[in-house]
Design a protein around this ligand. Structure first.
Ligand SMILES: C[S@@+](CC[C@H](N)C(=O)[O-])C[C@H]1O[C@@H](n2cnc3c(N)ncnc32)[C@H](O)[C@@H]1O
Length: 416
């Protein structure tokens, strides 16, 4: 068969989807492993794979409705069909183009099968939901933890492109920028835009702001303004370090990953902000002096970021969550030794799993009677503070304004 234009991007999307679903890679890592494509084809491949991941259970239900016997879950024919249907739904690719670029990806019997199933579904017309189903195990877990309304909100959110949130060094600049660019401001130093290409936005080059989901900007706001030296543990790529430095704290940023710290360095250089950087495993390292405050933005399953990274819903298997909670527990215990009395420890995770938030915090308080929860009173009024004193951000919050990532955060004070 002569080569068809656009097949390279679809082949790359197939490789990415396979690497995410069968090998558990992030889409970013899977995309990074694909070379020899033009930037536009590379971007197209990522968009196709991402769209398939947003709607996978619904796409599979469509495929199953058009086959006599269900195709195996990880068969190439199913993968190719998922990608073709995702293009139709998410990117509006014309029927002839999606058929022409799907068929060269499979041979023989599977090719005839893909051709037949696509033909049936396209003739029938695809019912496109604006609230696609999440993986059943995720829905069951979140329904048990947060209730049906949250599951429905998460379904609606995964179908939409999240807005672009910027954090500014200076609040007056943020407010002026919001009004000049038809944006809104939902917290101090914050601007929300209805999305655009980041590097083309005015002010990127001169470092007045950085991109940071509104939820991700909340934990650093829990650090008391009076804290002089703040340890930012698990800091890279540095959204929170930049907030701390911009707020006038002396920040020490610790991260185990050299490549991620290099990005933190670039971010600080671009924004003309300063922090001390330490490349170290926080479980093996100790600071030279006790600190006034510590921000621990711990590694986690990241299921709260499902709007931009839908693959987290497939990666966050019970084993990954269990490994993450073990690391969170150790990091919290270690950091708790480094605070002055009256020092503040802020713990956060971009996870929607209670094991990584509420449960880890309750267990920490049980082990450390010299710490108490300090409910924040200085946050935006729309942010709910739980009766226990911690903050849980769930899908559905600020939905009319475009929503925000799922997060958990708590402020603890060392009493002695
Ligand atoms: C959730 S991300 C941090 C995001 C960052 N706080 C921000 O706002 O940009 C978690 C980070 O923890 C780092 N990390 C994981 N295990 C670590 C350890 N044992 N010691 C130090 N850093 C670690 C990872 O390299 C990763 O950069």
């Amino acid at each position: 068969m002569p080569s068809v234009e656009g097949v390279g991007a679809r082949r790359a999307a197939l490789q990415m989807l396979d690497s995410v679903l069968r090998r558990g890679h992030t889409l970013e890592a899977a995309a990074g492993a694909v070379h020899n494509l033009s930037p536009s084809d590379h971007g197209l491949a990522v968009a196709i794979a991402g769209e398939a991941l947003r709607r996978l259970p619904d796409l599979d239900a469509m495929i199953d409705s058009a086959t006599r016997n269900p195709l195996p879950g990880d068969s190439k024919a199913r993968m190719v069909l998922r990608l073709a249907l995702a293009q139709k739904i998410g990117l509006g690719t014309p029927d002839h183009a999606l058929v022409a670029t799907a068929l060269p990806l499979v041979d023989g019997g599977p090719r005839r099968l893909v051709h037949g199933v696509l033909g049936t579904l396209l003739r029938r017309g695809l019912a496109v939901s604006d609230a696609p189903t999440l993986p059943p195990e995720v829905e069951d877990r979140w329904r048990a933890a947060w209730g049906e309304e949250v599951v429905q909100a998460a379904r609606r959110q995964i179908a939409r492109r999240p807005p672009l949130d910027l954090t500014f060094k200076d609040d007056a600049e943020a407010k002026a920028y919001a009004s000049a660019h038809e944006g809104s401001s939902l917290a101090l130093n914050h601007v929300r835009l209805r999305s655009s290409s980041v590097s083309e936005l005015p002010g990127f080059g001169d470092g007045r702001w950085w991109v940071q989901d509104l939820a991700a900007s909340l934990p650093a706001r829990l650090i008391p303004p009076a804290a002089e030296h703040v340890l930012d543990l698990c800091a890279a790529p540095g959204g929170k370090t930049m907030q701390l430095a911009a707020a006038g704290h002396r920040a020490t940023a610790v991260d185990a990953s050299g490549s991620r710290l290099a990005r933190l360095r670039e971010n600080l250089d671009r924004t003309h902000l300063e922090a001390a950087l330490v490349e170290a495993d926080a479980l093996a390292w100790s600071p030279d002096e006790q600190c006034d405050a510590i921000l621990l933005d711990a590694p986690c399953s990241a299921t709260g970021t499902f709007r931009r990274h839908p693959e987290v819903l497939y990666r966050a298997r019970p084993r990954l969550v269990a490994e993450a909670t073990e690391l969170q527990r150790k990091l919290l215990d270690r950091a708790s030794d480094w605070l002055e009395p009256d020092g503040v420890l802020v713990y956060s995770v971009c996870s929607l799993e209670p094991q990584e938030g509420e449960e880890i915090l309750s267990a920490f308080l049980g082990r450390h009677p010299n710490f108490r929860l300090d409910a924040p009173k200085d946050l935006p009024a729309w942010l709910p503070v739980a009766s226990e004193g911690w903050v849980r951000v769930l899908p559905g919050l600020l939905e009319g304004e475009g929503g925000l990532d799922g997060f958990f955060m708590a402020r603890l004070v060392r009493t002695r």
